[in-house]
Ligand binder design. Structure first.
Ligand code: MEV
Length: 438
């Protein structure tokens, strides 16, 4: 039976690996060799990665690909994408090419407000709390001055702080709801530091506010934390062209295509089972760029899916219409991103990705990410409503299947040739390889 270990984090990397290998693997030397095989030969780079998290034992690779020819607001860019799913980068590049000859993508940042909250319990008269809050509100700004000075120099800072009475949701529950502008940083550290200071000020000021009774003076702060739901930090990406301009090899009848495409979007607008998969396709593009540029994809995922449910039912993030013969397709998503701070100046490949995007501001990065999402969605819906998804998907997946069977170079050439004309599935590739090896 496995035993618990104490003081694991204090062991050296070698010792950690040894313990894991002996504990869980039938051939510990092989496990150790594999883990070490993924270490970077440059010790400086390896040390950097070791120190990103605790208990690092090796690196976990995800390919970094690029999708060129993205025409966005009249300018061409190549978008870096970190993703393991075989068809995503190819689909992006295809959508980028398609729209580059039809006016390209337009992207606009609608607003950039971030949010943080101090959640607290106050047992007393709500009107007295309101009066107290109005009286001490300026102290929240004064006592965070050392934190906000630099941010203010960059044009950001605290936008507003309001007191919310949430007692209809939970007894005695109130909150300070603060809004922030964090310019090119994602702002998590800045926001959380401000909030923790707000909490201290709140407790301290309440403790000697002479209109409170003894119980009212005892405000209990439950927690102070930013919100990853940022419905006022929105970017819009869109494409449009005359319906007849949609025509190309895969789209012989553009009117029919446009109507079917719009129906596919409408289904995702009204049917949550489809909406989740539809939005997952958008996230294929969004996450890949978010990851490549060193941003927090979990925060982005959580915020975007909450936004997709903002009207009470999970729904499509993208929309499409035909008006006066013009086909338009667009999405609006909340994105709290940074191009300074965090991993952006630490991870060498993040720096490289940002340089490839010509060192964008956070607003410009929001635009790239939204466009990558819209491009993925377009590529997916175009395949789904024409050839079906499997044709392109399996074409890209063929290499993975070939690798699973450890095909030789000679076999690889024959397999690729054969499956240009034959339907690809795991079992059809397996049968073909068996027939080759007979
Ligand atoms: C696969 O990763 C994404 C799709 O399922 C998205 C969609 O169905 O729209 C193809």
């Amino acid at each position: 039976m496995n035993k618990a270990i104490s003081g694991f984090s204090k062991l050296s990397k070698e010792e950690k690996i040894k313990w894991i290998a002996n504990q869980y693997f039938s051939t510990p030397t092989e496990a150790i060799a594999l883990l070490k095989n993924y270490w970077n030969s440059d010790e400086k780079i390896q040390k950097l990665h070791d120190e990103f998290i605790e208990n690092t034992i090796t690196n976990f690779y995800i390919p970094l690909g690029v999708a060129p020819n993205f025409l966005i607001n009249g300018k061409y860019s190549t978008i870096p994408m970190a993703i393991e799913e075989s068809s995503v980068v190819a689909a992006s590049a295809k959508a980028a090419n398609f729209w580059s000859t039809r006016g390209g993508f337009k992207a606009t940042v609608l607003n950039t407000e971030k949010i943080g909250q101090v959640h607290f319990i106050y047992k007393g008269d709500a009107s007295k709390l309101n009066a107290f809050f109005s009286q001490i509100k300026s102290k929240f700004y004064d006592e965070t001055e050392s934190l906000t000075t630099n941010m203010q120099k960059r044009g950001g800072g605290i936008l507003d702080i309001i007191l919310n009475d949430k007692t209809n949701l939970m007894p005695n529950y109130f909150q300070l709801h603060a809004t922030f502008e964090t310019k090119d940083s994602m702002g998590a550290n800045f926001i959380n530091s401000c909030l923790e200071q707000f909490a201290k000020t709140l407790k301290e000021e309440a403790s000697h506010y002479n209109l409170f009774n003894e119980q009212e003076k005892e405000i209990e702060v439950v927690m102070s934390i930013l919100s990853n739901y940022v419905p006022n930090c929105i970017v819009r990406a869109e494409v449009s062209c005359a319906v007849n301009e949609l025509q190309e090899k895969q789209i012989p009848n553009p009117e029919e295509f446009a109507y079917k495409f719009i129906q596919a979007v409408q289904i995702a607008e009204v049917e949550p089972y489809r909406a989740v998969t539809h939005n997952k396709g958008i996230m294929n593009g969004v996450d890949a760029v978010v990851l490549a540029t060193g941003n927090d994809f979990r925060a982005v995922e959580a915020g975007i899916h909450a936004y997709a449910s903002r009207n009470g039912q999970y729904s499509s993030l993208s929309h499409a219409k035909i008006e006066d013969g013009i086909f338009s397709f667009w999405l609006e998503i909340p994105l709290a991103l940074g191009t300074v701070g965090g991993l952006t100046s630490l991870h060498p490949l993040v720096k490289l990705s940002l340089e490839m995007l010509e060192n964008p501001s956070a607003k410009e990065l929001m635009q790239f990410v939204a466009v990558a999402g819209l491009a993925q969605n377009f590529a997916a819906l175009r395949s789904l409503t024409t050839t079906g998804i499997q044709e392109g998907h399996m074409k890209m997946h063929l290499n993975n299947i070939i690798n699973q069977f450890e095909a030789t170079d000679e076999e690889r050439v024959l397999i690729q040739k054969y499956f240009k004309k034959n339907a690809i599935s795991h079992s059809s590739v397996e049968s073909y390889i068996i027939s080759l090896r007979k």
